[in-house]
Write a protein that binds this ligand. Structure first.
Ligand SMILES: NC(=O)c1ccc[n+]([C@@H]2O[C@H](COP(=O)([O-])OP(=O)(O)OC[C@H]3O[C@@H](n4cnc5c(N)ncnc54)[C@H](O)[C@@H]3O)[C@@H](O)[C@H]2O)c1
Length: 313
């Protein structure tokens, strides 16, 4: 049995990861400051004797002395533009000071550490689909830069700790992921559309809706993240996402169909620096992790719609 620390464990992805690790029989220490996470996401885990929760902000140093940590998954960071732009300086601090704190903790425990990086590090990509070797097209001074550049420097820190201290590091670049426990109010396209459809409100598509996205269901993502952590001699970075590409308009139409909604599609201005295309090349994940997504969009949307419906009801 390993002891695994998950930062951001009360969030959307983190709570699924904690659950997955407990089901594998690991001991889980969940660290979160509830900035965007929710106690409801992990409430059901509290009765498990292998689960421990620490309310902590990773921007402050964290010392754990009563047990030895084997692995750390670093997920603590607000992930949606509304949240990461609300206090952009704190977002940068989480990705610099916070990441240094977690790398320091891993170093002290001789633990393996995985960084939840993002497709945002590719910015508005000029290469399509994006391979790990693509260096990105990021606006360093735009409103998304606190997150995009923050995550880029976090990757740099991981590789410098690896070179300088010979630490076991892992970097995954997560592409758009959706599923139950996404926050209701964070403005991400899947949750926005589902909530608007369930309330029969107009579905707000930014721009003409021809921009493309790829959507990975949460269980596929967690499986890829776990495989990456437990594969030896491979640091990444590796893309984890679903390469099936849809326009935002297609997504809106699918959601209307699956919810049986009366909603009509309306168009709003495109936000600044919104990427026009996003699609992972997952050749590397297939080769190194023997991983690829298994849940089709329709199936994943059905499960997500069921979750949001239960919240509204
Ligand atoms: N969901 C996606 O599509 C996606 C895509 C790319 C990358 N990611 C990355 O995956 C990670 C998790 O994303 P998510 O979608 O679950 O978002 P989320 O907002 O639901 O989860 C983030 C969690 O981190 C916590 N947190 C934030 N700042 C913290 C701090 N300073 N100290 C301690 N806890 C803090 C929040 O309270 C929350 O529980 C993030 O690092 C995000 O950048 C997610």
């Amino acid at each position: 049995m390993k002891t695994v620390l998950v930062t951001g464990g009360a969030g959307f992805l983190g709570s699924h990861l904690c659950e997955y690790l407990l089901n594998k029989g690991e001991k889980v220490i969940c660290v979160d400051n509830f900035f965007t996470g929710d106690k409801k996401n992990i409430e059901h885990l509290f009765e498990n004797p292998n689960f421990r929760f620490i309310n902590h902000d990773i921007i402050d140093p964290l010392y754990i002395e009563d047990t030895t940590i084997d692995q750390i998954y670093n997920l603590a960071c607000p992930a949606s533009p509304i949240h990461y732009q609300a206090n952009s300086v704190r977002t940068i601090k989480a990705n610099t000071i916070g990441v240094i704190n977690m790398l320091g903790l891993a170093k002290a425990h001789k633990a393996r550490i995985l960084q939840a990086s993002t497709s945002e590090i590719y910015g508005d990509p000029l290469e399509h689909p994006q391979k790990e070797s693509y260096r990105g097209n990021v606006n360093t001074i735009g409103p998304r830069a606190c997150y995009d550049e923050g995550k880029r420097v976090a990757e740099t820190l991981f590789f410098d700790y690896h070179r300088q201290h010979n630490m076991q590091i892992k970097v995954i670049r997560i592409f758009n992921t959706y599923g139950p426990r996404m926050a209701q109010n964070d403005g991400r396209v899947v949750s926005n559309f589902i909530l608007q459809a369930l309330k029969n409100e107009p579905i707000e598509v930014y721009g003409d809706g021809n921009q493309t996205r790829s959507f990975c269901f949460v269980s596929d993502l967690i499986e890829g993240m776990y495989r990456m952590m437990n594969t030896d001699d491979f640091t990444g970075p590796v893309n984890i996402g679903n390469p099936e590409e849809f326009t935002v308009l297609e997504l809106a139409e699918k959601v209307i169909e699956l919810t049986g909604s009366k909603s009509k599609i309306i168009h709003k201005p495109l936000p600044a620096d919104d990427p026009m295309k996003r699609k992972p090349d997952i050749t590397l994940a297939k080769e190194k992790l023997k991983w690829e997504p298994t849940i089709a969009l329709t199936e994943g949307l059905k499960q997500t719609i069921k979750y949001f419906k239960s919240l509204i009801d």
